[in-house]
Ligand binder design. Structure first.
Ligand code: AMP
Ligand code: MG
Length: 413
């Protein structure tokens, strides 16, 4: 048996970031930049007011106070989107709105709240305004290039495109961006006992759930699943189905990699490509296959529904992330206090389906109950996997354990 780390290292050694594609910025959400984004302009493009108020010469109002306002003559009104036709000279002010360009001559903006705006007879063009607090030069001014300067590296290659990156790209006038393309991942279930979800379940048959859980995991982590359906445990059918998957970046099968009489996937994979079969020191999910068929990588997950999902999280997820161009491949993990005893006499790394809750700033974890690898509802109840090391046999309640987060979302914060 090989360790989870050894298996992972071999798997990841066969993947690289996929080629780059140019996509409209909104469609690139979640993908990884394949280019450095260099600014072609300054943001903001001009000095402008950060407040609704009066553009002034700060020197004019240095002595202002609540009880001794300094009166200035208002020479213009300036809305955002307009440019002042006048310059601010000594003793004058321009009534200015947030985002409007700072008029020539002015070096600061006094907020409405710091003037007698509310009580003055007319503060519009031609009126007068009393300034009640001093401002220093630059106060309430946003300078050109303060956010981004022309020629600056704004977002580096390798960054994930999030809503904030999309906003920055839009502010730079970028309609599209170069990102690593999403991997296409073929998903094939194997087994004579399987029927599709809309077919009647006759004696001895069960519904194919793996294709659906695995395909949705593929999509969740940024891949594009391609459903290949079910292959019977027959050499010809498996070979034909696998051939359909060879236009993808990764083929994922479930079932047929164990030691049973009808675990044909092994035979087909051996005949069709270069495949290694492993016993990975983990529970659930001991049998695993990995290799290539005509150059296309193949990950053979175990058939048991929980094993398939847990193995996918350990090996399929990082492979997809690497193809997407991501570099942080480890599953988000937190430390939590166990609230019940757990046992692990398997000698393998035990991934225990668990419920994680945050109370008073600390995480607590307990099991979802029965841990059989066929009990898929235990995955549905869980939001994390408690990871018990290979050599730990009994872990007592109260122990701090590592938990892989299955859902690392705002719901768990
Ligand atoms: P296998 O590894 O092919 O021996 O399958 C192990 C167990 O997982 C068996 O009980 C199968 O019936 C079950 N199984 C295999 N494939 C699927 C699937 N696609 N959906 C649900 N259960 C499956
Ligand atoms: Mg089978």
């Amino acid at each position: 048996m090989i360790s989870v780390e050894e298996a992972l290292e071999t798997v990841l050694g066969h993947f690289d970031p996929l080629d780059a594609e140019r996509r409209p910025i909104l469609d690139a959400l979640g993908q990884v930049l394949a280019e450095d984004v260099i600014s072609s302009a300054s943001i903001p493009p001009f000095d402008n007011s950060a407040m609704d108020g009066y553009a002034v010469q700060s020197g004019d109002v240095a002595g202002a106070g609540r009880d001794k306002p300094i009166e200035l003559r208002v020479i213009a009104d300036l809305a955002a989107g307009r440019v002042a036709g006048v310059s601010v000279g000594p003793g004058t002010a321009v009534r200015i709105m947030t985002g409007a360009p700072l008029p020539n001559g002015a070096d600061a903006v006094v907020r409405f709240e710091d003037t007698d705006e509310a009580s003055a007879p007319s503060t519009r063009e031609g009126g007068r305004i009393g300034v009640m607090v001093p401002v220093v030069s630059g106060e309430n001014v946003r300078y050109a290039g303060e956010d981004v300067r022309t020629g600056e590296l704004v977002i580096p290659k390798g960054a994930t495109v999030r809503p904030s990156e999309i906003g920055v790209l839009a502010s730079l006038g970028r309609k599209d961006v170069l990102v690593h393309r999403r991997p296409k991942v073929a998903v094939l279930a194997t087994g004579d006992e399987l029927v599709e979800i809309d077919e009647p379940v006759s004696p001895g048959k069960i519904r194919n759930s793996n294709s659906y859980s695995v395909a949705s995991l593929v999509a969740r982590y940024g891949g594009v699943p391609v459903m290949l359906g079910i292959a019977r445990d027959r050499i010809e059918e498996l070979t034909a189905k696998l051939a359909e998957g060879l236009t993808t970046d990764l083929v994922i099968t479930s079932g047929g990699v164990s030691v049973g009489d009808y675990d044909m996937v092994k035979n087909v994979l051996k005949a069709e490509g270069k495949i290694d079969f492993w016993q990975v020191r983990m529970k659930p999910g001991k049998p695993l296959a990995f290799g290539h068929i005509r150059g296309v990588p193949l990950l053979g997950l175990p058939g048991n529904p929980v094993s398939a999902m847990v193995s996918f999280e350990q090996f399929g997820r990082p492979a997809i992330l690497k193809m997407l161009g991501k570099t942080k491949l480890a599953k988000p993990t937190v430390s939590a206090t166990l609230t019940e005893d757990v046992e692990n006499y398997s000698g393998r790394r035990h991934y225990i389906r668990a419920i994680l809750e945050k109370r008073d700033g600390r995480y607590y974890a307990w099991t979802t109950g029965e841990q059989g690898s066929g009990i898929l509802t235990s995955m549905a109840k869980a939001n994390g996997l408690v990871v018990i090391p290979e050599d730990q046999k009994l872990v007592k309640a109260g122990t701090e354990v590592m938990v892989q987060m299955l859902d690392w979302s705002e719901e768990q914060a």
